[in-house]
Write a protein that binds this ligand. Sequence first.
Ligand code: ZN
Length: 343
Amino acid sequence: MKALQLVANGQPGRFELREIPEPRASAEEVVVRVHACGLNHLDLWLESAGLPIQIPLPRTPGGEVAGEVLSAGGDVKDWKVGDRVAVQSNFFCGECEFCRRGDESICIKGELLGVSCDGGFAGQVVVPASALVRLPEELDFNTSAALTLAGSTAMHMLTNRSQVNPGDWVLVIGGTSGVGSAAIQIAKQLRARVISTGSTQAKRNLAKQLGAEFVVDSTDVNWPADVRKLTNKRGVDVVVEHVGGDVLTQCFDCLARGGTIVTCGATAGRELKLNLWPIFVKQQRLIGSYGRTRADLQATLDWAASGKLKPVIDSIFPLAEAPAAFTKLRSRSVLGKVLILPN
Ligand SMILES: [Zn+2]
């Protein structure tokens, strides 16, 4: 089968499209034929060696997989050849303290598809059967791949890690990213009033089309003041933040008393200087959100099947042109998701 392998780290990294042996499933694994795989910032970190752990090369990236079961190991009971599936890319053990209480995204033996093992930028991928989620009949592979990681991350942030009530103000940072575009729609479905941010007119227009009531210009240094003004100086109840660095610090300027910032990604910076005074005086929360659970992923796909959630797809690349997709995502000019079709 064909696989896109990262053979040297860099910006850009060096990729090779190689012919490699097809994977085989062990007793509790399945082999999935990959029909579509979304590209994520995680793949860019793998490419540039930007992760806190060193990943041995070559490695096939790609964690946002939709496809069909090609073969299953001897102990796999729930899946058969031809089943249409999405893959929960946070692999988990199912046995540790955190898995047992339902927090599989923080499993102590957690692994990441496309990072700690070969991922979906290949004709086939082998994954634990426990990581599979069934695709609703109405859902095509591209829609699933565009929501499996990014959309379910937003679902985890808004329905698992934080709580949104009807009438709440929700601020979604970067409303046209994979996470942001899903977060706007999910917050709207939860009957929140949504404000978003965008760095270009095209991005701001799209955020409005997705359901944001107001969109502020994130290139204007005073954007947090604009958010306060829109909420009559009160501030927002929940911020969906996936950028990190100074942007996260500025989110506190947008936050109401008792409000919550839920953060993931930290793509623009992992360190920040934080003023603790407003956090305790205003009883605010800063909450981390990592990955998703299968329930979050299933909910995301079900919402998509019923039309409540639509992915924004920027562009679709064949496997051979995947390095150009990495360059495009890194340029920050994409609107929504970039997909790779390996077959
Ligand atoms: Zn576990």
